[in-house]
Design a protein around this ligand. Sequence first.
Ligand code: NAD
Ligand code: TYD
Length: 360
Amino acid sequence: MKTYLVTGGAGFIGSNYIRYMLDRYGDSIRIINVDALTYAGNLENLADIEKLPGYRFIRANITDRDAITAIFAEHDIDCVVHFAAESHVDRSIKNPEIFVQTNVLGTAVMLNAARAAWEDRDGTYAEGKRFLHVSTDEVYGSLEEDGGYFYETTPYAPHSPYSASKASSDMLVKAYVDTYHFPANITNCSNNYGPYQFPEKLIPLIINNALNGRKLPVYGDGKNVRDWLYVTDHAKAIDMVMEKGRPGETYNVGGHNEKQNIEIIHIILDVLREKLPGSDPRRAYINEDLITYVEDRKGHDRRYAIAPDKIKSEIGWEPETMFEEGIRKTIEWYFTHEDWMEHVTSGAYQNYYETMYGPA
Ligand code: NAD
Ligand code: TYD
């Protein structure tokens, strides 16, 4: 039975990944979710999974070397899936240091602990050990509006403190591969969307603001392009790279779904109007008048777009969810989970740990 150590599993992508894996493999795997529960960690994301026998939650900070070493000592970990990070560009512009601590130092601690637990005396690793580092396409910088894609060979050129910290963590992983023959993979994915995303990111923020009649802030001219990937497609890609990826390789994961931010906002408004019943009073204010152009983000990358050719040809993964379908599923989810959004925006979700596990 394989044991997975998932870091950051209480966040958006991590919780979707854990659900995907336990749905797919059931009792035949074990998942240990290690998360510090920062503002972005929400155990309500995993409320339906909490009691499953194959799942265990451990509250720990990935920068805490002793805590992480103890987890490796106590559990025979086969695979690490490393999501834990500070993940929001706007926050990194305001407070870069925590990004360096968590994303760079935290990754170094995770790599070191895994290597110490896994490396044999002769410098080899047992079959099946694998460390998958989840990274972003933002490490490649920004593309021109009229062409080009990010490939695995594209030179790194990060612009924000967030992407610089992720680029640094990727470099550490590559250094472990080159220096210690450490069995790692890196996945660099495009912007994810779907259920359980914290409403500081564009899509859940726009859905939530529109439903509450609040302004929809558009940075700059609204024509920046992101390549949207449905989160479950991403979870599947991570599982497939873990199973089939060549050790040491990087794989780009993208959705073939390039859209300008302003297009996204129009689509969300259309779908909201389509889904709300005719009698719903919110129909009165959900319209284009809510769109508000605001000051541009500092250093705002113009366009991201991934060519997922390598993961398709080597591993057989392709995105399955087109944006029109994914955004409908996402909005449907937010409609049926208004209590989740209420807990997140009020801060009540931060009490969940105490409710489940007692005082921290
Ligand atoms: P998120 O912000 O929703 O979740 C991050 C999780 O990590 C939270 O549960 C948080 O509590 C935990 N965490 C933060 N600091 C920690 C620490 N020091 N120790 C332990 N846990 C800590 O992030 P996400 O959107 O789910 O992103 C997950 C990963 O995917 C990140 O590495 C991010 O860089 C990468 N990524 C995200 C996107 C995206 O669109 N969301 C795109 C590309 C790459
Ligand atoms: P975001 O979801 O923060 O992801 P990232 O910056 O990692 O790509 O932002 C996606 C795009 O949406 C980005 O171009 C910035 C823009 N944006 C807005 O226009 N308004 C907003 O309120 C937010 C949060 C983002």
